[in-house]
Design a protein around this ligand. Structure first.
Ligand SMILES: [Zn+2]
Length: 327
C-alpha cells in the first residue's frame, strides 16, 4: 500500500524482511500525482461555473427574459382587442341578418358559413415550437377567423348594395299610381270583382277598375315599362298594354287616342293616351287592369304612391258601391 507524499520519500512494508523499506518516488509517480490534483481542480471549477451559469442570468439573458415578458403582455393585449373587434363584427352580422337582409328580401347567410373556422390542426403546427405557443396559437387562430368573417361580411354588404339598387329599380316599375288624375276620387266608377254586366245584365267577373272621365282626359303609365300593345282589341276597343318587368303588366282600355307606340319605353306618370268610349263600353271611361305573372290583381291595391290611407278607404267604398260597371 502506498502512502502518498509528493516530494518526500515514503516507507513501504516488506513482508520478506519484516522491515519498512525507504522508497524515493520516481519522477513519473510525482507527475501522476500532480496531474490527479490538477484534474480534480478543473472538474470542480467547471462544476462551479455551470452551477453559476444556471442559477444566475447573464445581462443578455436578463434582457431577453424582459423582452419575452413584454411580448407576452403585448400578445395578451392583442388578444383582448381581437375579442372586442369580434364583438363589433357580431353586432354587424346580426344587423345584417335581422334588418338589412329582411328589408331587401335576400336570403340569409347560414350560421355555419358565418362561424366557420379553418380546417386542419396542422395549420398552426409551426407555432408549437414557440414559447407561450398556446397564447400565440389562440391569438393567430382568432385573427384568422376574424379575417374570414370580415371577408364574408363585406361580401354580404356588397350583395345588399346590389339588392338595394335592384329594389330601387323595381319600385320605379311596379304600378303604384292611378291611371288618371283622380285627386278628389270623383272619377272612381267601379272596382274589381263580380259585377252585373252593363250590357248582358248578368253577373260577370270584372277584371279591372273603371274610371269615368270626359273623352280626351289624359291617361298615365302607372309605372316605368315598355309598351307591348297599342291597337284595337276585342271588347277593350283602343287598348294599350305595358310590360313593367318583374312580372307586372298593366292594360288601359276604351281609349280615344294613343300617345305611345309599341316598343316605346315609358316612365311612371307619362301620358300614354286619352280617355274614350271605344269597344264594349256604355260611356266615356278608362278600364284599367293590373296583372302579376299573367294573373289579374285588384288594381286598387296598386295606388299606394297616390293615396293616403283615408283616401284609399274612401276609394274602396266608392269602387264597391258606386252604381254601374262601365266595362
Ligand atoms: Zn271595366
Amino acid at each position: 500500500m502506498k502512502i502518498f507524499t509528493s516530494r518526500k520519500a515514503y516507507y513501504l512494508y516488506n513482508p520478506d524482511t519484516l522491515n519498512y523499506d525507504r522508497v524515493i518516488p520516481s519522477y513519473k509517480d510525482r507527475s501522476l500525482i500532480v496531474l490527479g490534483h490538477l484534474s480534480t481542480g478543473i472538474a470542480f471549477g467547471l462544476l462551479t461555473f455551470f452551477a453559476m451559469m444556471y442559477l444566475i442570468d447573464s445581462p443578455m439573458e436578463a434582457e431577453l427574459r424582459k423582452e419575452n415578458k413584454l411580448l407576452q403582455t403585448q400578445y395578451e393585449i392583442l388578444s383582448l382587442r381581437l375579442e372586442s373587434a369580434s364583438d363589433v363584427l357580431e353586432d354587424l352580422q346580426q344587423r345584417d341578418e335581422n334588418l338589412y337582409r329582411a328589408i331587401f328580401q335576400t336570403e340569409s347567410i347560414p350560421e355555419s358559413v358565418r362561424k366557420s373556422g379553418f380546417g386542419g390542426s396542422d395549420r398552426y403546427e409551426h407555432l408549437l415550437e414557440l414559447s407561450n405557443s398556446d397564447l400565440v396559437i389562440s391569438t393567430t387562430q382568432r385573427m384568422d377567423i376574424l379575417r374570414k368573417q370580415l371577408y364574408i361580411q363585406s361580401n354580404s354588404l356588397e350583395q345588399l348594395i346590389i339588392a338595394g339598387k335592384d329594389l330601387e329599380e323595381r319600385s320605379k316599375c311596379v304600378p303604384a299610381i292611378q291611371p288618371i288624375s283622380n285627386k278628389d276620387l270623383n272619377h272612381t266608377a267601379s272596382g274589381y270583382g263580380m259585377r252585373i254586366d252593363p250590357i248582358y245584365r248578368v253577373p260577370r267577373m270584372h277584371y279591372g277598375m273603371d274610371f269615368s272621365a270626359k273623352v280626351g282626359t289624359d291617361i298615365y303609365a302607372t309605372g316605368d315599362g315598355v309598351v307591348t300593345y297599342a291597337a284595337w282589341r276585342q271588347g277593350y276597343g283602343n287598348c294599350i298594354m305595358i310590360d313593367h318587368g318583374y312580372g307586372y303588366e298593366t292594360l288601359y282600355g276604351h281609349m280615344s287616342k294613343y300617345k305611345a307606340r309599341v316598343g316605346q319605353k315609358v316612365k311612371r306618370g307619362q301620358i300614354i293616351g286619352e280617355v274614350g268610349n271605344t269597344g264594349k263600353s256604355v260611356g266615356p271611361h278608362l278600364h284599367y287592369e293590373v296583372l302579376v305573372n299573367g294573373i289579374h290583381h285588384d288594381p286598387s291595391k296598386y295606388y299606394y304612391m297616390d293615396l293616403t290611407p283615408e283616401e284609399y278607404d274612401r276609394m274602396l267604398q266608392l269602387a264597391e258601391n258606386h252604381g254601374q260597371v262601365m266595362d
